[in-house]
Design a protein around this ligand. Structure first.
Ligand code: GAL
Length: 665
């Protein structure tokens, strides 16, 4: 598409035909350029096995096309029809407790069932054969949110596939015994057929087995994606995507998935209980961009106002939808879409907001939808521009999977929470962040943050150490580099693989009791710190903060180590926000990262284009602010000379008069 795609999921099959005409008329009024259709309509497209009814889909695609609205065509495989389960009851997914899932929801199917795999190839192929040449169809949308609501499957189909997967991975059963450490509790295996899924058990199941199970589940889902992709590719050449859930579902490894799609797309919903949801949103947007190697991506779904599936579904306030949309766009999205176009009258999602709400066109939401469409229409030239960052935060799904297992030293330690804490610091300092894997080439970053990455392989640790030696600044948070890829503690002890970079040894973990707040002294200031301390032995590092209380009282809490041309910082506790700010100020100085001094609550990001750079500015606060910049505000066409005045809650996109310097936000 030329310009920023705008639209949403559209479910015409839920409405009588007379509504369709009104839909497309209002879509045009709202500036909609693309809709996603067919995502959940398998039962209405293949009404009996092998018997297709494409008439309604033909009609709606034609109608959209006549009205200049492009189609993102879904494959409906996230919700198999009733006939499928009646015919193949053994293809139902089974829970950890052995319960087969019933019909009437979505999901419900075993990713490993051969009948399911045959059926998805058939429906995806039939759709591609029919619409592969249709000029309205610009994108294929395979499935919906892989891994949700069903990822893990404990059915007999899945257990069979699991054993084959393990045999392919380990070759000999001795390899599995070694990797899983099965000498523990006498779990030793002689036969592949004796290896089961980690289903319900009386005590904690072998964590290495569960880690492999997470990898297996992810790969089975990806195999299903590949089956559909191959079926589509036989007939169609449009780009293919599937909608991710960055930062909302950690069950699939988005780095691996991003390699499979032609363009990354993501769904993001604010978590209503989080009063600063815009920070979680920014994490999701930056992750979506990062997994796709920085290329523009599509925000496939978000909400105009409230969702319907949280305990308390808080409606968005005036302007919030626009701020959310611009934040995604600033962070690299070239498409802004919603779930969904028209609010549904029936079914489980009738209380979900939509572009066209139950209240109709005479509503705040619809007026804002029309206004957003007009705004995005003025931003066409931003399409294709990129975001560059000087700082990377590590994000490794394997480490999530491992750390989320049971029997860890403290349930208070969370990979998610540490990512959010460091990201939040960077967000408040208005510093743009990429996410990265520890094995990536990190040399273009001035600063790399390792937020409690429990699983870190020796090879990845060597990569991080080389990054420091070559001049990088690394900040490592406690409970990092504890285990290898088999969830086995590294020889030499916790964190030993980062000992050269950090200049410390972790002798013992010292988790704290619930509510036990201790302190750290940084220069003359004492900051609160909780949940965790460590007994650190300093080898080559300098001590930058000491514990003022708790089991490690008087001992090192934060250290700074010069290694080669770079610096490795270690933070062995959870400091409060002020403490982290004080430490990060020193870290930024080591890394040569500038803090732009943006007013509080204002988010700015630069997108760099071939001809121009664009400053996207979002004021989340209620007060008017001024930013220093020069160029043209694309939303108002106003000249901006030195000062951009942004009212409370407002947004601006400025085509900069001068090319931004690398490192400008
Ligand atoms: C998404 C899903 C959509 C819709 C939406 C509601 O996760 O892909 O189909 O259910 O949530 O928020």
């Amino acid at each position: 598409l030329d310009g920023i795609a705008y639209g949403g999921d559209y479910n015409p099959e839920q409405w009588p035909r007379e509504v369709w005409d009104e839909d497309v008329r209002l879509m045009r009024e709202a500036g909609v350029t693309m809709v996603s259709i067919g995502i959940f309509s398998w039962g209405l497209l293949e009404i009996r096995e092998g018997e297709f009814d494409f008439a309604w889909l033909d009609d709606i695609i034609a109608l959209l096309h006549e009205n200049g609205i492009a189609v993102d065509l879904g494959t409906p495989t996230a919700s198999p029809p009733a006939w499928f389960f009646a015919q193949y009851p053994e293809a139902r997914t089974v829970t950890k407790d052995g319960v087969p899932m019933g019909f009437g929801a979505r999901g419900m199917v075993s990713h490993s069932a051969p009948e399911y795999r045959a059926a998805i190839a058939r429906i995806a192929g039939a759709l591609a054969e029919r619409y592969g040449d249709h000029p309205a169809v610009v994108l294929w949308h395979i499935h919906n949110e892989y891994g949700v609501p069903v990822g893990e499957d404990f059915s007999p189909h899945s257990v069979r596939a699991w054993r084959l997967w393990l045999q392919a991975k380990y070759g000999e059963i001795a390899g599995l015994n070694a990797a899983w450490g099965t000498a523990f509790w006498g779990q030793h295996y002689e036969e592949w057929d004796h290896v089961g899924a980690p289903a319900a058990a009386p005590s904690t199941i072998n964590p290495a087995q569960k880690l492999d199970w997470a990898r297996f589940t992810d790969e089975m889902l990806r195999e299903c994606f590949r089956i559909e992709k191959a079926a589509i590719r036989q007939h169609a050449s449009q780009p293919i995507t599937t909608n991710f859930m960055a930062n909302q579902h950690h069950g699939v490894d988005l780095w691996a998935w991003a390699d499979e799609v032609d363009i990354v797309s993501d769904d993001h919903y604010l978590w209503a209980a989080d009063e600063e949801g815009e920070i979680g949103l920014a994490i999701a947007a930056d992750l979506s961009r990062s997994v796709g190697a920085g290329k523009p991506w599509i925000l496939m779904e978000h909400s105009t106002s409230a969702v319907n599936w949280q305990p308390r579904n808080v409606a968005k306030r005036p302007g919030e939808m626009t701020r959310n949309s611009l934040s995604h766009l600033g962070r690299g999205a070239d498409g802004i879409l919603f779930f969904q176009w028209r609010a549904g009258r029936s079914g489980a999602e009738k209380f979900h907001s939509a572009m066209l709400p139950h209240a109709g066109t005479e509503s705040r939401v619809f007026r804002e939808v029309v206004d957003l469409g007009a705004k995005l229409g003025r931003l066409a030239e931003v399409q294709g521009s990129r975001v560059e960052a000087d700082v990377a935060v590590l994000w490794d799904f394997e480490s999530f999977w491992a750390q989320d297992l049971e029997w860890r030293p403290s349930e208070d330690v969370s990979h998610d929470e540490r990512i959010r804490a460091f990201y939040e610091r960077l967000w408040r300092d208005d510093i743009t962040v990429d996410f990265a894997l520890p094995g990536h080439d990190l040399s273009r970053y001035r600063l790399v943050v390792v937020p409690s990455q429990y699983l870190l392989t020796a090879a990845d640790a060597a990569n991080l150490t080389a990054y420091v030696a070559q001049g990088g600044t690394l900040v490592v948070s406690f409970f990092s580099a504890v285990v290898d890829e088999n969830d086995a503690v590294h020889p030499g002890g916790y964190g030993a693989v980062l000992a050269d970079a950090l200049g410390v040894r972790v002798e013992e973990h010292l988790p704290l009791r619930e509510g036990h707040v201790t302190g750290i002294r940084v220069d003359d200031h004492v900051f609160a710190a909780d949940i965790w301390q460590e007994d650190l032995v300093v080898t080559t590092a300098d001590v930058r903060a000491t514990y003022t209380a708790g089991p490690a009282e008087g001992r090192p809490a934060v250290t700074r180590n010069v290694h080669g041309d770079g610096v490795g910082w270690y933070i062995s506790t959870r400091p409060d926000a002020d403490g982290l700010r004080a430490i990060m100020r020193e870290v930024y100085a080591d890394a040569g990262v500038d803090v732009p001094g943006t007013p509080d609550g204002v988010e700015t990001i630069v997108r760099r284009g071939a001809d121009s750079d664009y400053l996207v500015a979002i004021n989340h606060g209620t007060e008017q602010v001024s930013l220093t910049t020069t160029g043209t505000d694309l939303l108002t066409q106003a000249d901006v000379r030195d000062t951009l005045v942004l009212a409370g809650g407002d947004v601006a996109v400025v085509r900069l008069a001068h090319t931004a310097h690398r490192g400008d936000r």
